[in-house]
Design a protein around this ligand. Structure first.
Ligand code: GLA
Length: 680
């Protein structure tokens, strides 16, 4: 289920911290934002002590003045609740609000996100500040929306305070009702972990060896996610009570948080903070690294939450903290490219982080569009160009939907289980990346689709092809849904390590892939990880190509039902000649099972095999150019993004209009380094 948010046109904005600057600068700052064509400004998300200098004493003057000045110029404010940074007076008086490491050491005041979601004091004090802010700003015409907190689960995504341990016990009690059921779900009979009283139940603690019970670890992540959601919901409910026309969202996408559920239960739409510049410094030894283009996958996941979304923090310069010499300066054209990367994937509002580089604190090297000196610079010039263009195309493109015929499935249980299960989790990331690269480099637009309790066959049927690389956990219910999808004509592609666990993370006592055995037409006879000092098996694909493999192998037994065709066989190993890749008809559709980990090459073969549209009839594009399509009222807008530092030649096979320049485009066109074309 994805949420739809409607804006009137594409819009730009910026994050601003009035509390960081002399008030004499404000007028000029807001005026220049306006002159740049910005519509939105985000403020307030770290300013708790300014709003509440001491417990129960509130002061809104500073932000009242800032919001009013912005509003007078037509700038709309998004107001953040300031709970990501609890005040010193608060943590000093109520130390139980602090988050604590697994080893029991509290995180102290001095940076941010040092609180926990379950402290009663923190909930009470958060309720108070959010209530006062919502009452005060609920009908302020300058405030159009709210950001709850800032980047839930960023910086730290595990919580072990006393309050968390107690809340977890309660959560486990509600989930399992009896200790007998909990013991069964966590398989505590193994290594004598059986609990005989609820008081013995904690979140995971440091163990010998430090590899706690895996079923317990999986539940811990579910609990952390539920805690963050219930904390956000507490804030959302207050804001809704005191406001009428203001929307509610939050920003970021971090681990141990079911952002789909969060959005469904609390938010109007989802917002993301996009920092593709991280991609340029990632240690990535894989084949054909994606670099900044990796963020196109993140944006696809964001789109699976809200079809149209907002970027609350768009990279606007080099980045790092005082303690982190990290990201280089964007090359000329890259800020523009990254802004369009967000828009191409479904963003209708993009706010840059931040207006001006901070002159104090941890982030003095996290550059804003303005430098410390506040004089004109290259980044402002580039944003000026983007802004002009966005105004030009804003009404046309806003609300248009990203077009994809294929989706890669995601699922929180598998993601969380896979974090510590090294026999499946890493393969899921490797295969997802191989598929994403193959699709990107072959210009096949792809969605992420989150498989969850609300998923239904109608939603899945929007896609001709679904790829679910190594879902270890597949319940009977999920298996039935996938079967129905294939039955009704879908093409499903799965890889090794599929379907062998239930929802507790325990393995089935069934031949693998468990409930998917009849759909896939195979069961496993045997499996092995790659043997490090031995020859690596190969796969003979359709007797035409010998493909390299890696990591993990399964010896498949094909069920003899005439519907299963072997299209790949292993070689160069003791299971030489055994099926590696099988294709099975089921109802109107097809299921593919690969007993290994996907590579770019194999994904490319399967893209060809499943005949997904690669737009080759319309364009001839080099690998470095990404193709995305957004469609509205029958009109398609094609975004072509060149991630290369070199110019690229493309071929547009049917005449189109470049809506950024109004020029007609046909046949050979040269794209400059980092250039963007938007064609209609
Ligand atoms: C995050 C935060 C911002 C800022 C930037 C840059 O995304 O939300 O407050 O810290 O990163 O580090």
């Amino acid at each position: 289920m994805t949420k739809k948010w409607t804006a009137e046109k594409l819009m730009l904005g910026v994050c601003y911290y009035p509390e960081h600057w002399s008030e004499e600068l404000w007028d000029d700052d807001f005026q220049r934002m306006k002159d740049l064509g910005f519509t939105y400004v985000r403020m307030g998300e770290f300013a708790w002590t300014i709003f509440e200098p001491e417990e129960g004493v509130y002061s809104f003057d500073l932000f009242d003045r800032a919001i009013e000045k912005a509003h007078k110029l037509g700038l709309k404010t998004v107001l953040g609740t300031p709970t990501a940074t609890p005040p010193a007076w608060l943590t000093h008086k109520y130390p139980d609000v602090l988050n604590v490491s697994q080893a029991g050491i509290p995180y102290q005041h001095g940076a941010r996100r040092h609180y926990n979601y379950n402290s009663e004091n923190y909930r009470r004090l958060s309720t108070a500040i959010v209530t006062e802010m919502a009452k005060h700003y609920g009908d302020n015409p300058g405030v159009v929306g709210w950001q709850i907190d800032n980047e839930l689960n960023c910086e730290i995504d595990v919580f072990y305070s006393e309050a968390d341990h107690l809340a977890f016990r309660k959560w486990a009690k509600e989930k399992y009702k009896t200790l007998e059921k909990l013991n069964k779900a966590w398989g505590t009979v193994f290594w004598n972990q059986t609990y005989t009283s609820w008081d013995q139940v904690y979140l995971t603690r440091i163990t010998v060896p430090n590899s706690p019970n895996p079923h317990h670890m999986l539940d811990e992540k579910r609990f952390i996610s539920d805690s963050a959601i219930s904390y956000a919901k507490m804030q959302g409910d207050i804001i809704r009570k005191y406001t009428s026309n203001q929307w509610i969202t939050t920003n970021g996408m971090f681990k141990h948080l079911d952002n789909h559920k969060l959005t469904n239960e609390v938010l109007d739409f989802y917002a993301y903070d996009s920092y593709p510049n991280f991609g340029r410094v990632l240690e990535d030894e894989s084949e054909k690294p994606l670099r900044d283009r990796k963020w196109s996958w993140n944006l696809s996941v964001v789109r699976s939450i809200s079809a149209n979304f907002a970027i609350f923090e768009q990279q606007s310069g080099p980045g790092g903290w005082v303690t982190r010499l990290e990201q280089p300066s964007p090359n000329p054209g890259q800020l523009r490219l990254w802004t369009y990367q967000s828009i191409a994937h479904g963003a209708d509002l993009v706010m840059y982080f931040r207006w001006r580089t901070a002159t104090k604190g941890t982030e003095i090297y996290w550059h804003g569009i303005n430098d410390y000196h506040n004089l004109p610079n290259r980044r402002i010039k580039e944003v000026e160009q983007v802004s002009k263009e966005v105004h030009l195309i804003g009404e046309k493109v806003v609300g248009a939907n990203y077009q994809a015929e294929i989706a890669i499935l995601t699922n929180y249980d598998n993601e969380w289980d896979g974090e510590f299960d090294k026999w499946s989790g890493p393969f899921a990331s490797i295969s997802k990346e191989a598929w994403f690269k193959a699709l990107q480099y072959n210009h096949v637009p792809v969605d992420a689709y989150n498989l969850n309790k609300n998923s239904n066959v109608e939603e899945l049927k929007k896609y001709k092809v679904l790829v679910y690389p190594h879902a270890a956990i597949v319940s009977e219910e999920t298996a039935d849904l996938l079967k129905e999808y294939v039955n009704q004509g879908g093409k499903l592609i799965v890889g090794c390590r599929t379907g062998y666990k239930d929802e507790t993370g325990q393995t089935y006592m069934k031949a693998f892939p468990g409930y998917l055995a009849d759909l896939t037409g195979i069961t496993l006879e045997d499996f092995t990880r790659e043997a490090p000092f031995e020859a690596t098996p190969m796969v003979m694909y359709k007797e035409t190509a010998k493909l390299e493999t890696n990591h993990f192998y399964e010896v498949l037994k094909v069920h003899d039902d005439n519907k299963t065709e072997v299209i790949g066989k292993f070689s160069n190993c003791y299971f030489e000649g055994n099926p590696a890749l099988v294709k099975r008809q089921h109802g109107e559709g097809t299921c593919y099972y690969f007993g290994g980990v996907f590579t770019i090459e194999l994904a490319e073969k399967l893209i060809e095999e499943t005949q997904i549209n690669n737009y080759k009839n319309k364009f001839d594009l080099p690998e470095s150019v990404e193709l995305s399509i957004r469609k509205k009222e029958g009109k398609e807008f094609v975004f072509l993004l060149n991630y290369s530092h070199e110019p690229q030649e493309i071929d547009v096979k049917q005449e189109m209009t470049d809506i950024l320049t109004g020029e007609r485009i046909y046949q050979k066109v040269r794209m400059k380094a980092y250039d963007v074309l938007v064609l209609e």
